[in-house]
Design a protein around this ligand. Structure first.
Ligand SMILES: NC(=O)c1ccc[n+]([C@@H]2O[C@H](COP(=O)([O-])OP(=O)(O)OC[C@H]3O[C@@H](n4cnc5c(N)ncnc54)[C@H](O)[C@@H]3O)[C@@H](O)[C@H]2O)c1
Length: 344
C-alpha cells in the first residue's frame, strides 16, 4: 500500500480519446482527478459526473488559477498544446501532453524548453510502445532470445473508419504519418534505436480525405540495423486487424514475430514457442480498442511510477522530439524523393 500523498491532477480536453485517459486515471490508486476542463461545457460536465471530479471548467486559465494541482494531462488536439503547456508552466504544474506534441518541430522544441526551464516533468502520451503485446516483444528481445536485432518490420495496415470518431482527421493535409505513423516510428525507435537515414514513399488512396493514407519507410539505424515501417488506412481485408501493430524482429539467433490475433512467436536457436499476448480487458474497454485502451493505463502507471522513483519517463519530451523528427524526415523524404538524415 502506498503511503505517498495522492497526486492531484486535472485533465484538459474531454473529447473522444480523453475518455480512456479518465477511465485509466480513475483506476490508478494514488491519483485524484481534481478537475476537468473542456471549452464545451457539456463535455466538461459529463466528464466531471462520470469520473467524480470535484469541479468542471470551460477555461483552462481559470482552472489553473483556482486549483492546486501536481500535474495536468492535456488531451486536446495539437494546435492548442503549446499555449496550454505555457499556461501549466506558469503555475509550476507538471505536464503530460497527447501526441503529436505540436504542428511544427519549432513548437515541439519550445514545449520541451519551457518545461526544462521551469524544472517541470514532461511526458508525451506516446502509448503504442506501452501496448502489452509490444512490451512482450520488447521483453523477448531484451532477454537476448534472438541476440542482437538487425532487421525490423513494423506494420499497421487497416481499412478501419477512423474518421467517424475523429472527423478532423479527414481534413488534415498531413494525415497518416503525423497521426498514426508517429506511433509506429516510435515503436521502431524503441526496438531498433536511433535512426541514421530514412526514405519514405506516401500514397493518397481515399479520395474523401485530404491527406496521405499510406506511408512506407525504409530506415537505416545508427547501429547498422535496417527497418521497414509501413502504415496504411487503405487496406481492405477481412478479418479487419485494427488496431494491431504487427512486428517481425530478426536477430543473430532467431526471430520474434508479433502476429495477428496477438500471438507472439519466438524462434530462438532453432526452437519455436508461441503464446497469446492479448491484453487483459478492464470493464471499461471495448474490443477492438482494448489494446490501445490498456496501453493508456500502462502509460499512466509509468508516469506515476517514474514520478515516485524520481526518474525521467521513457517518453519524455526530449525523447519524443526524436520520434517527431522521424515524422518530419518522412514527409521531407516523400516530398523530395530523397534519403533524409533526421534532425538529432
Ligand atoms: N495516443 C492515441 O492512441 C490517440 C488516439 C486518438 C487520439 N489521440 C490524440 O488525442 C488528441 C485529442 O484527440 P481526440 O480525437 O480526442 O480529439 P477531440 O476533438 O475529440 O477532443 C478534443 C477536445 O479538446 C477540447 N479543447 C480543445 N481546445 C481546448 C482548450 N484550449 N481548452 C479546453 N478544451 C479544449 C475540445 O472541445 C474537444 O472536446 C489528439 O492529439 C489526437 O492525436 C491519441
Amino acid at each position: 500500500m502506498t503511503t505517498e500523498p495522492r497526486l492531484r491532477m486535472a485533465l484538459i480536453g474531454c473529447g473522444f480519446f480523453a475518455q480512456n485517459h479518465l477511465h485509466a486515471w480513475a483506476s490508478i490508486p494514488g491519483v485524484e482527478i481534481v478537475a476537468v476542463c473542456d471549452r464545451d461545457a457539456a463535455k466538461a460536465e459529463a466528464a466531471r459526473t462520470t469520473f467524480g471530479a470535484a469541479r468542471a471548467y470551460t477555461d483552462a486559465a481559470a482552472m489553473m488559477a483556482a486549483e492546486k494541482l501536481d500535474f495536468v494531462d492535456i488531451a486536446t488536439t495539437m494546435q492548442t498544446h503549446r499555449a496550454l503547456v505555457e499556461l501549466a508552466a506558469s503555475h509550476g504544474v507538471h505536464v503530460i501532453v497527447q501526441k503529436p506534441l505540436a504542428p511544427s518541430i519549432e513548437d515541439c522544441r519550445a514545449i520541451v524548453e519551457i518545461c526544462e526551464r521551469a524544472g517541470l516533468r514532461l511526458m508525451v502520451h506516446e502509448n503504442f510502445r506501452f501496448q502489452s503485446p509490444i512490451l512482450a516483444a520488447r521483453k523477448a528481445l531484451a532477454e537476448g532470445r534472438i541476440g542482437r536485432a538487425h532487421f525490423l518490420q513494423a506494420s499497421f495496415r487497416s481499412g478501419y473508419d477512423v474518421f467517424s470518431g475523429q472527423p478532423y482527421l479527414a481534413t488534415e493535409k498531413r494525415f497518416i504519418l503525423i497521426d498514426l505513423g508517429i506511433h509506429i516510428l516510435d515503436v521502431c525507435r524503441a526496438i531498433m534505436g536511433e535512426v541514421e537515414t530514412l526514405y519514405c514513399q506516401t500514397q493518397h488512396i481515399n479520395p474523401k480525405i485530404a491527406g496521405e493514407d499510406v506511408a512506407t519507410s525504409l530506415i537505416r539505424h545508427q547501429n547498422g540495423g535496417v527497418s521497414i515501417v509501413d502504415c496504411s488506412y487503405a487496406s481492405r481485408r477481412l478479418p479487419e486487424p485494427f488496431p494491431q501493430t504487427l512486428l517481425r524482429i530478426e536477430g543473430e539467433h532467431g526471430t520474434i514475430e508479433l502476429l495477428e490475433g496477438y500471438r507472439l512467436r519466438v524462434t530462438s536457436e532453432g526452437t519455436v514457442t508461441e503464446q497469446s499476448v492479448e491484453p487483459e480487458t478492464p470493464a471499461w474497454t471495448q474490443k477492438p480498442w482494448h489494446v490501445l485502451q490498456e496501453s493508456v493505463l500502462n502509460l499512466e502507471r509509468h508516469w506515476v511510477e517514474s514520478w515516485r522513483a524520481g526518474k525521467s519517463p521513457e517518453t519524455s519530451g526530449a525523447d519524443n522530439l526524436r520520434t517527431y523528427g522521424l515524422v518530419m524526415a518522412a514527409y521531407a523524404s516523400a516530398e523530395s524523393g530523397s534519403i533524409i538524415q533526421p534532425a538529432a
